[in-house]
Design a protein around this ligand. Structure first.
Ligand SMILES: NC(=O)C1=CN([C@@H]2O[C@H](COP(=O)(O)OP(=O)(O)OC[C@H]3O[C@@H](n4cnc5c(N)ncnc54)[C@H](OP(=O)(O)O)[C@@H]3O)[C@@H](O)[C@H]2O)C=CC1
Ligand SMILES: CC[C@](O)(C(C)=O)C(=O)O
Ligand SMILES: [Mg+2]
Ligand SMILES: [Mg+2]
Length: 490
């Protein structure tokens, strides 16, 4: 198997990367009809498997779970997830031959072996679905000619796929049909019905390609979504301790601060997040973020370049072949960091205080969102896709940190995202060492504490104009217009 993307001529690579069309509500008028009465068999019952399955069943579809024998015999968590929720559970041999649609929701690392095991059992003309195209794009998996291959990729963690559905909404979703595998021309109808079944159509569906999804998903998760939040958490915590802030307060400010400041981002973009600060604090956050962008831009470019060239996937696959040695080591190291080991203190922080005392966190989010968006679009990824993979998903990942710190984030995201997050973190911490030397508790921990909130009018207008005219704000305000039913979290 060879990297599929790298086998394509440049013009085809560019065409696939640029594939992105926002789908209109009327295109989902048939609801889940294309899947009604069809047997959907999910392989794996983890973060995406369980939550997508619950939504699909609540949308009136027939869902069951095929698990590997050891998971059933040992009554593993996947078995508990499926059976305690009342789903039929069986082996591949029992369930795959009955399936009209097989949903491969196992970790990316397992896709080649899982697909090789289930493909011979799949009935003629059935459909194989993924929620991330790594196996097809980066590993070059070849699927039997009679099978339809689709992708329905929610742009958020599995827990939020369920939470948003239960709130009556959904999460933005990318759908695609693998052009090498659409023998009956029904891939799009199946993918649309699946997106409706998970609730995705209420938040916005992009008709994309396997390639555009993979190259943007990897970039978002490694940089702003997970890498930046992890790096920011560790650096901000250590700085506060160095500055004599109470550890319990510092821990709480970060653990819940990402969620609070990015809630403002979710509702009104970077502009609204910075508008929540006083005028002097806004100018300070803006200046810090401009400085951060200059320092971090080469790192964002490197991540995007390594993703495009296949270097990232090659090195991660080497780690897979080495029993995840790096992943497991980095996971254990993260558990030992000061931030992870310090429980949030029993101290009240008001919603506004998270902004006032977290100016650096706001600056980091702004810098990360804008850099990720700028880097993705410069690489040929369309603005809508880049928006979902940067600004839109950041609050959804921040929510996981509020639950149980970095542990929860890294447990909830895919192993692929977790691996990329550590790579970014290891490169970004030393990169920001000098910058952090100049940081004091006025921008993280205590707030500016000014007697006078006066600012220079011309400078404030300059900052406001720059904020509002960034391209992520333009596409964001259009896309958020489609998400009017989005529910408040904090
Ligand atoms: N995590 C997320 O939020 C997102 C994930 N995705 C994509 O969704 C897919 C699933 O990821 P995610 O939900 O994180 O996965 P998880 O790690 O949460 O779940 C994996 C499931 O697969 C089972 N599994 C593991 N190894 C094997 C194997 N060799 N054979 C069969 N089953 C196996 C596990 O059960 P057991 O070990 O008990 O057998 C478990 O139930 C990936 O393609 C990922 O990129 C897309 C968007 C977001
Ligand atoms: C942010 C990581 C993600 O891509 C996701 C939840 O969308 C993943 O792979 O987990
Ligand atoms: Mg993703
Ligand atoms: Mg991902």
């Amino acid at each position: 198997m060879a990297n599929y993307f790298n086998t394509l001529p440049l013009r085809e690579q560019l065409a696939q990367l640029a594939q992105c069309r926002f789908m209109h509500t009327v295109e989902f008028a048939d609801g889940v009809e294309a899947l009604k009465g069809k047997k959907m068999v999910v392989i794996g019952c983890g973060a995406q498997g369980l939550n997508q399955g619950l939504n699909l069943r609540d949308s009136g579809l027939d869902v069951s779970y095929a698990l590997r024998p050891e998971a059933i015999e040992q009554k593993r968590q996947s078995w508990k997830n499926a059976s305690e929720n009342g789903f039929v559970v069986g082996t591949y041999q029992e369930l795959i031959p009955t399936a009209d649609v097989v949903l491969n929701l196992t970790p990316d690392k397992q896709h080649t072996s899982v697909v090789n095991a289930v493909m011979p059992l799949m009935k003629e003309g059935a459909c194989l679905s993924y929620s991330h195209g790594f196996n097809i794009v980066e590993e070059g998996m070849k699927i039997r000619d009679d099978l339809t291959v689709i992708m329905v990729a929610p742009k958020c963690p599995g827990s939020e796929v369920r939470a948003e559905y239960v709130r009556g909404f959904g999460v933005p979703t990318l759908i695609a049909v693998h052009e090498d595998n659409d023998p009956k021309g029904e891939g799009l109808a199946l993918a649309k019905a699946y997106a409706v079944g998970t609730g995705g159509h209420k938040a916005g569906v992009l008709m994309s390609s396997f390639i555009a999804e993979v190259k943007s998903d990897l970039m978002g998760e490694q940089t702003i979504l997970c890498g930046m939040l992890q790096t920011g958490s560790l650096l901000c915590f250590d700085k506060m301790i160095e500055e004599g802030i109470d550890p319990g307060y510092a821990s709480r400010l970060i653990q819940y601060g990402w969620e609070t400041v990015t809630e403002a981002l979710k509702y009104g973009g970077v502009t609204n997040m910075l508008d929540r600060l006083s005028n002097p604090a806004k100018i300070k956050a803006f200046d810090l973020s401009e400085e951060l962008k200059v320092i971090m831009r080469p790192l964002y470019n490197k991540h995007q370049d390594d993703i495009m060239s296949g270097h990232f996937s090659k090195t991660m696959m080497e780690d897979w072949a080495n029993d995840d040695a790096n992943l497991l080591k980095w996971r254990a190291e993260t558990a030992e960091t000061n931030f992870e080991k310090t429980p949030a203190g029993d101290v009240e922080i008001t919603e506004q205080e998270f902004f006032d005392n977290g100016i650096l966190m706001v600056a980091m989010v702004k810098a990360g969102v804008e850099l990720a968006f700028e880097t993705m679009t410069a690489a040929g990824i369309i603005a809508e896709s880049a928006y979902y993979e940067s600004l839109h998903e950041t609050p959804l990942i921040a929510n996981t940190i509020a639950r149980k710190k970095l542990y929860e984030m890294n447990a909830t995201i895919s192993d692929t995202a977790e691996y990329g997050c550590y790579l970014y973190n290891h490169a970004c911490v030393p990169l920001l060492a000098d910058f952090m030397k100049g940081i004091k508790s006025d921008v993280i921990g205590k707030g500016l504490s000014l007697d006078d909130n006066g600012v220079d009018n011309a400078r404030l207008i300059e900052v406001n104009t720059a904020l509002r005219s960034h391209p992520v704000e333009a596409v964001g305000s259009v896309l958020r217009g489609y998400m009017a039913d989005m529910k408040k979290i904090v």
